[in-house]
Design a protein around this ligand. Structure first.
Ligand SMILES: O=C(CO)COP(=O)(O)O
Length: 238
């Protein structure tokens, strides 16, 4: 069975004052039966790792190189040294804002593996691609281009995040989630597959009931412990 993960992506939100949220989350889940992973901005990784108790901490991106002249970038070994155990790579906001291709995402995932981090590789279709009926072929291209050789349940997680569901409050139907997750499962039998896009406490239970959904990658509802905790509980009970 793949691992079960309730993951939060804080995106470009949070300062030291928000570490109270991680402390509250840790005290609400002192011995969780699923993995809880929070990916704060890079400025908070080390602080959060100190305060997180049983909660794992991850980065939101890493460079493909382990060091060098890359102003503003963060290397995977730096994240590991700061206490991270995972890093998100290929989030659609990075693919869009920073023109990251599948090849770049794959190189970043390799860098994550080399640093001993779990790579949380994000894929997903745009609304136009869904309406054109090309969702599964887009997923195939992203999977074959972004997932490196040597990916296993211990070092790689796939996050399916349809772009049109991110931050919009729109969630695919359960059948639509099921179709894509089954498609990914057929190619990656051992990897955890997370769903992401407008997951909340109110819809988590039904989403976690979909076959081959092994958890969630949550944006907005991961910022506050009171919002994220019910999602963790829903996954524990799934
Ligand atoms: O992009 C996401 C997580 O990486 C999803 O964001 P929301 O949960 O805010 O829709």
């Amino acid at each position: 069975m793949p691992r079960k993960i309730a993951a939060g992506n804080w995106k470009m939100n949070g300062t030291a004052a928000d570490l109270d949220q991680i402390k509250a989350l840790a005290s609400a889940h002192p011995s969780p039966s699923v993995e809880i992973l929070i990916c704060p901005p890079a400025t908070l990784v080390a602080h959060m790792a100190d305060a997180a108790g049983p909660i794992k901490v991850g980065g939101q991106d890493c460079h493909a190189e382990p060091s060098g002249a890359h102003t503003g970038d963060i290397a995977a070994p730096m994240l590991a040294a700061a206490g991270a155990t995972a890093v998100i790579v290929g989030h659609s906001e990075r693919r869009t804002d920073h023109a990251e291709t599948d090849a770049i995402v794959q190189a970043k995932a390799r860098a994550a593996h080399a640093a001993g981090l779990t790579a949380v590789i994000c894929i997903g279709e745009t609304l136009q691609e869904r309406e054109a009926g090309t969702t599964l072929s887009v997923i195939d291209t992203q999977l074959s281009g972004s997932v490196p050789e040597g990916a296993s349940d211990s070092n790689t997680v796939i996050a399916y995040e349809p772009l049109w569901a991110i931050g919009t409050g729109k969630v695919p139907t359960l059948d639509q989630i099921a179709e894509v997750h089954a498609h990914i499962r057929a190619k990656h039998t051992d990897l955890a597959i997370l769903y992401g896009g407008s997951v909340k406490g109110s819809n988590a239970t039904e989403i976690f009931g979909v076959p081959h959904v092994n958890g969630a990658l949550v944006g907005g509802a991961s910022l506050k412990a009171n919002d994220f905790s019910p999602i963790v509980t829903a996954l524990e009970n799934a």
